[in-house]
Ligand binder design. Structure first.
Ligand SMILES: Cc1cc2nc3c(=O)[nH]c(=O)nc-3n(C[C@H](O)[C@H](O)[C@H](O)COP(=O)(O)OP(=O)(O)OC[C@H]3O[C@@H](n4cnc5c(N)ncnc54)[C@H](O)[C@@H]3O)c2cc1C
Length: 249
């Protein structure tokens, strides 16, 4: 009831109403690393670029309306060249502390995932949407049933065992399976998404910042979509377009 109809409407327009291929949900069968991350890293490495992990940006040095250096702590400083442009794609809380004065969403919602070691019965739907239960989405994989529950703040403080049993009861009912609670794992991400309410949506900034050579990307920027992979990809595309435009003589 509190969700932004504008954001929900964008999803419905681009999927169900568009029909055909647009409303075929896709599952990363072997995980997102194989589908998105590894190919992207390979693409960059083949072109001589490096990806450095565990390298936290602590602050910018600025001057003349531009970012002039990236400070990673202590002596670890990268100077930003005259023609260089930075795209910052960190989550909203990190962005707000790196760029004081930046408007960002301030409220977040949890996502709860549960995984059960259980062989789905033959003919199980690969994705099942559940209405009116604890479970929202049920995914059938070889030897595993997985559950996703968005806006799961009401579940984050529930004892894990109790939560696993409650979800398993729903899985049995919705998925047509039965049996004692199998081996399970629960993952609760408290700040999984910004709250997709009209008020929080209004706090999402565009890609341009007060610094001429610094652009923003991320699912929480003003993409017109809720916090999704698709939104973050589009924000990256848009930032890249602006970078190219900024570099044009
Ligand atoms: C449990 C869960 C389930 C989800 N399920 C789905 C789904 O089914 N479909 C879907 O479309 N979306 C889903 N989402 C949302 C999706 O994961 C996000 O929309 C997407 O990952 C956002 O990408 P991003 O690049 O904008 O930000 P992020 O993926 O958050 O990347 C930001 C990166 O910045 C890094 N960082 C932070 N601070 C700094 C710093 N100071 N210096 C350097 N790096 C920094 C972080 O470590 C992180 O790697 C899910 C999210 C969660 C948590």
């Amino acid at each position: 009831p509190e969700g932004s109809a504008g954001l929900a409407g964008a999803i419905v327009r681009e999927t169900l109403l568009a029909g055909g291929q647009a409303c075929r949900p896709l599952i990363a069968r072997d995980g997102l690393s194989a589908v998105l991350i590894e190919p992207a890293v390979k693409f960059l490495q083949e072109r001589g670029h490096t990806v450095q992990l565990g390298h936290e940006l602590r602050s910018f040095t600025t001057g003349d309306g531009k970012a002039s250096a990236l400070n990673f702590g202590g002596e670890d400083v990268i100077q930003i060249g005259e023609g260089d442009v930075v795209v910052m794609a960190v989550p909203p809380r990190a962005a707000a502390s790196l760029l004081p004065g930046l408007k960002t969403p301030t409220e977040f919602r949890a996502i709860v995932n549960a995984h059960f070691r259980f062989e789905p019965p033959p003919g199980s739907a690969p994705i099942l949407g559940v209405i009116g239960g604890v479970v929202e989405w049920l995914f059938a994989f070889p030897n595993r049933l997985s559950v996703t529950i968005s806006n799961g703040d009401r579940l984050v403080d529930m004892p894990r065992e109790e939560l696993a049993q409650a979800i398993w009861n729903d899985v049995c009912e919705a998925g047509g399976v039965s049996g004692e609670l199998p081996p399970w794992q629960i993952v609760r991400e408290r700040r999984a998404t910004f709250a997709a309410t009209p008020a929080q949506n209004a706090l999402r900034p565009g890609p341009a910042t007060a610094l001429k050579n610094l652009f923003l990307a991320g699912d929480w920027t003003a993409t017109g979509l809720p916090a999704t992979i698709e939104g973050s990809v589009r924000s990256g595309d848009r930032a890249a377009d602006l970078v190219l435009a900024a570099k044009r003589p």
